[in-house]
Design a protein around this ligand. Structure first.
Ligand code: NAP
Ligand code: MG
Length: 486
């Protein structure tokens, strides 16, 4: 059903149209004819208003006690819990992932809000011994100030939540720029913050194009920090532009995550996990499995198992029951993924299964592509090196763990990785030598728990990690205090 609802920005506690009055429309990637609503297309002028509001409310918000700020986040959690299904359906409608994945995303967002709310009663500093008699010294946290939050479309609720919640508990005020194609989850999240009693100006939402609004946040001297998740290309630009303004910047970016399967692994479990890691959420997770590196002794058997599980996947509209894989999230994504598949073949890769856009019936209305497995791929093939961000898995045959590690580490990215083995010695050799920020043993490359840091090495991340204690370290400054009471 089409929705002609007109959505608004949220600035200084008010829902507003863009100053220019310009709007754009968002559609369902599972059915490109289904209009989901009209969204303000904002410009630098709207971003300026949001920065004004965040700057004016900073003093008051940062002087509310942290436990009181935590109470507001606990109220956010209660409201989210009562709207779980609506939030999950919104994610599926605008992003395309299947409803069970959207429900898991809502749960993840709630976990980080709970974790951050509890931190209101800690936000610890240290006391330390002074070198001078009758002196006391300690550290305490202060907020960074006004922070810009720039997020991608693939986790339209969880990624904003895992940035906004720690930012707020530390006493910062926020300007939130969600991805162009997934503004509805963002709007629903901000509505919940408003209902939970967040004072006007503490969170401000500005929708529209990243190159205009995002750039304004990076350039404005009143914004002290930027937390960005998205592509390595845009993250690199934000990091360098922000650094020239001496801003604190955190960028979580792309991945090319590999799973190694050794000959002693539980093959059934490993094959199931690799297929889910590669094709779940249509491969559009930064932690998705995009390479599988298999010891030669079990190569044929493992490939055969993966084929069985892949053929079993049901593709369709993620809002329907029993669907495993939804569409790609946009026409751009469809074009990008099919172009990569074509280049992979041109450069000598062989497709074992998949490789095509899905056509006919419901598929013509959405952006569907088959789950695709490549074999016999040269290490220098573009599909072996670059992030595709779709349901495409590249497999390699190796003679031992050392060769597998060489392939794993021979990419620009370093986000997540995994090994399947029962041999503790091999597992430790792997843990100690793999160049990724998150390392799994006998579990998929996916996800993470909110109380542990999340992020990658090399081109996958720069600046503080997100989540866990590191999230609070990014969104606060540590002040050293010296008191002479002699
Ligand atoms: P993207 O194109 O880099 O966009 C991310 C955000 O940046 C969007 O809000 C975008 O706005 C905005 N933006 C675009 N140009 C900008 C500029 N010049 N200045 C400031 N902001 C700008 O990424 P995406 O396509 O949305 O997301 C996919 C990427 O995210 C993949 O590479 C994936 O690996 C990565 N990702 C990483 C993680 C992680 O934690 N490491 C998690 C999830 C996703 P518009 O939408 O308006 O263009
Ligand atoms: Mg993009």
């Amino acid at each position: 059903m089409n929705s002609t609802e007109k959505f608004r920005n949220y600035i200084n506690g008010q829902w507003k149209n863009s100053i220019s009055g310009k709007e754009y429309e968002v559609f369902n990637p599972a059915d490109k004819n289904q209009l989901l609503g009209s969204i303000p297309f904002c410009s630098k002028k709207d971003a300026d208003l949001a920065i004004d509001a965040a700057s004016s409310s900073l003093h008051e918000w940062s002087n509310i006690t942290a436990p009181e700020r935590g109470e507001i986040l606990f109220e956010v959690l209660r409201i989210m819990d009562s709207r779980k299904l609506d939030l999950a359906e919104t994610i599926t409608l605008e992003e395309g992932k299947v409803l069970s994945d959207s429900e898991a995303e809502v749960k993840r967002a709630m976990n980080i809000i709970q974790f951050s709310a509890g931190e209101g009663r800690r936000l610890l500093g240290n006391t330390s011994q002074s070198e001078n008699e009758n002196n006391v010294s300690y550290t305490m946290r202060k907020p960074l100030g006004v922070v810009g939050i720039i997020t991608p479309w693939n986790f339209p609720l969880a990624i904003p939540a895992w940035k906004i919640a720690p930012a707020l508990i530390c006493g910062n005020t926020v300007i939130f720029k969600p991805a162009f194609s997934t503004p509805l989850s963002a709007i629903k999240l901000v509505e919940i913050f408003e209902e939970a009693g967040l004072p006007p100006g503490v969170i401000n939402l500005v929708t529209g194009s990243g190159s205009e609004i995002g750039q304004s946040l990076v350039e404005d001297n009143r914004v002290q920090g930027i937390s960005f998740t998205g592509s390595t290309e845009i993250g690199t630009k934000i990091y360098s532009d922000g650094a020239s303004k001496l801003k604190k910047i955190q960028c979580e970016m792309g991945g090319k995550n590999a799973v190694i399967v050794l000959k002693d692994a539980d093959i059934e479990k490993a094959a199931k996990d690799v297929v889910i890691g590669a094709f779940g959420s249509t491969g559009q997770r930064c932690t998705a499995t995009s390479r599988v590196i298999i010891e030669q002794e079990i190569y044929e058997e493992f490939i055969a198992k993966m084929l069985i599980f892949t053929k079993d996947l049901k593709i369709g509209n993620g809002i329907d029951a029993d669907i495993d894989i939804g569409p790609l999230s946009s026409l751009d994504q469809l074009e990008k993924v099919t172009e990569y598949i074509g280049l992979g073949v041109e450069q000598g890769g062989k497709i074992l299964i998949g490789g095509n856009r899905l056509e006919g019936e419901i598929f013509d209305d959405g952006f569907y592509v088959e789950p695709t497995i490549f074999v016999d791929v040269d290490k220098e093939n573009i599909v072996a090196k670059e992030e595709i961000f779709g349901p495409v898995l590249i497999s390699f045959k190796v003679s031992d763990l050392s060769e597998a590690l060489d392939i794993t580490n021979d990419v620009d990215f370093g986000l997540s990785s995994s090994i399947y083995t029962k041999d503790i010695k091999q597992a430790y050799k792997y843990i100690n030598n793999v160049d990724t920020g998150m390392v799994h043993v006998n579990s998929p490359t996916l996800g993470g728990e909110v109380h542990l840091p999340f992020g990658g090495l090399k081109s996958s991340g720069v600046g503080h990690r997100e989540q866990g204690e590191e999230g609070f370290n990014f969104f606060s400054e540590l002040i050293s205090v010296y008191i002479d009471h002699s």
